[in-house]
Every structure is written in C-alpha cells, then in structure tokens.
Design a protein. Structure first.
Length: 78
C-alpha cells in the first residue's frame, strides 16, 4: 500500500517522526543561496507505535467542552 522501505521500519513498539521544511510561497526570491526564514515552515508526520493504542481505536481523541457545538470542526472560545 505504501512505501515498502518506510513500512520495513514499522514495529509494535517503535514509531517514527519525519520533520521536513516546506516553502509556503510560490518561488521566493533567493539571495546568496539563502531563503527568507519567513518563507519556510517546518512540518512533520508522526507514525505512532502500533502498541500505542488498541486496534480500531483512535490514537488522538478530542473532548468537546460545549456539547451544543460538538458537531462543528471549529468551536469559538467564548
């Protein structure tokens, strides 16, 4: 399904994190072989160990504080 090399690192008690830079603007101006740091964002992907949660359950869970708005993706603070 995915990359066999990446999948070969999978283990029940081992996870991984991939950190990589992303240039957020089209083709930013580069001077002296350097990018403006404000044009670069660091992103990451997290692969949790298989043993971090039971099969069929979610690794990350969110708790709704305002039950009247629990069907919304973004809930205002007030």
């Amino acid at each position: 399904m995915g990359d066999p090399v990446t999948e070969s690192y999978a283990a029940p008690a081992r996870g991984a994190i991939l950190v990589y830079p992303v240039v957020t603007k089209g083709h930013p101006k580069v001077s002296a072989d350097a990018l403006d740091p404000s044009d670069v964002h660091m992103c990451f992907e997290l692969w949790a160990p298989l043993s971090s949660c039971p099969p069929g359950s979610r690794l990350v869970q969110f708790r709704v504080r305002n039950r009247a708005l629990e069907d919304r993706a973004i809930v205002p603070l007030s």
